[in-house]
Design a protein around this ligand. Structure first.
Ligand SMILES: NC(=O)C1=CN([C@@H]2O[C@H](COP(=O)(O)OP(=O)(O)OC[C@H]3O[C@@H](n4cnc5c(N)ncnc54)[C@H](OP(=O)(O)O)[C@@H]3O)[C@@H](O)[C@H]2O)C=CC1
Ligand SMILES: O=C(O)[C@@H]1CCC=N1
Length: 280
């Protein structure tokens, strides 16, 4: 299904590079099958060409007319300009994948002016190591085969969940799209705490990272609930209980909940704002 397909990334920033790195590492997609473009940053395109062997594109319209899969990967605020540049170039046989936070498929379909197949996807930067958690939802004109193509692309770089209700993609964005940043933030905090407790940074880091990896693998491989695994670590009146009590005092779970709901809300807000702009 994927062999020989060409991929055109419109927006060659962070998420583009994570996907490119992951796709190429599978060996299924070859560098010449990945085309990349930016608004103006040619230095970045040259870097991607030199480092990954992918193909920089200047004539967006012509490349968009030829690629099998077009991936919209600019900031949400830049979507209108990008769509204007693509108008009329994409046909219903092709597949457009948008990874833009908050942007509904309807807005992209309208912008492209043809009955083009659009899939909204929310991956995360762990695509680079084939461990993305990606939510997908089909647009109005997406055939089951085109949805399957999108699923197989993101399955190459991690786990895929297909959601029928597009509005849930905002929550996927708040949960797993932004999710790696919450984890990195926690790692930063744990490293600093390790240092504060006297462990040199170069030794704190491997301890924290292996703790993270080990806990993730325990969750995945035992199939136990996080709560069960947490209780196994927590001895009555022991060290873990002392630590967890402190997290409870700071309303840790409520704080995480608020963070994810805020991020979800921000995704909704971006979509609503840009939809209003489109209607104005
Ligand atoms: N970063 C992440 O973890 C994730 C991001 N996303 C989504 O992916 C999108 C991109 O995010 P990210 O990669 O972090 O952003 P970056 O700022 O790193 O990259 C965006 C790129 O888009 C380019 N661009 C802007 N306008 C156009 C245009 N009209 N035509 C072609 N290229 C254009 C910019 O080029 P130039 O520099 O020349 O202006 C820039 O290189 C966002 O919509 C975000 O919501 C989704 C999942 C995860
Ligand atoms: O921060 C953002 O808006 C993007 C969307 C998901 C991850 N990064």
């Amino acid at each position: 299904m994927l062999a020989g397909k060409t991929f055109f990334f419109i927006g060659a920033g962070n998420i583009c590079e994570s996907m490119v790195k992951g796709l190429l590492s599978t060996g299924i997609v070859r560098p010449g099958e990945i085309w990349v473009t930016n608004r103006s940053n040619t230095e970045r395109l040259n870097f991607l060409r030199n480092y990954y062997g992918v193909v920089p594109v200047t004539d967006k319209k012509s490349a968009a007319g030829q690629a099998d899969v077009i991936i919209l990967a600019m900031k949400p605020q830049d979507v209108f300009t990008a769509l204007e540049e693509l108008k009329g170039a994409v046909n219903p046989e092709q597949l457009v994948i948008s990874v833009l936070a908050g942007i509904p498929t309807g807005l992209i379909e309208e912008g492209l002016a043809e009955k083009v197949a659009v899939v909204r996807a929310m991956p995360n930067t762990s695509c680079a190591v084939l461990e993305s958690a990606t939510g997908l939802t089909p647009g109005r004109y997406t055939t089951p085969e085109q949805l399957e193509l999108a699923r197989s692309i993101f399955s190459m770089v991690g786990e895929v969940v297909v959601l029928e209700d597009e509005s849930l993609l905002d929550a996927v964005t708040g949960l797993s799209g932004s999710g790696p940043a919450y984890v990195y933030y926690m790692v930063e905090a744990m490293e600093k705490a390790g240092e504060a407790a006297g462990i040199p940074r170069e030794q704190a880091r491997p301890l924290v990272l292996k703790t993270l990896m080990g806990a993730a693998r325990m969750l995945m491989e035992t199939g136990e609930k996080p709560e069960t695994l947490r209780r196994q670590v927590t001895s009555p009146n022991g060290t873990t209980m002392a630590g967890i009590n402190e997290l409870e005092k700071a309303n840790f779970q409520q704080t995480i909940r608020r963070a994810i709901l805020k991020a979800t809300h921000r995704s909704q807000e971006l979509g609503q704002y840009l939809q209003k702009t489109a209607n104005a």
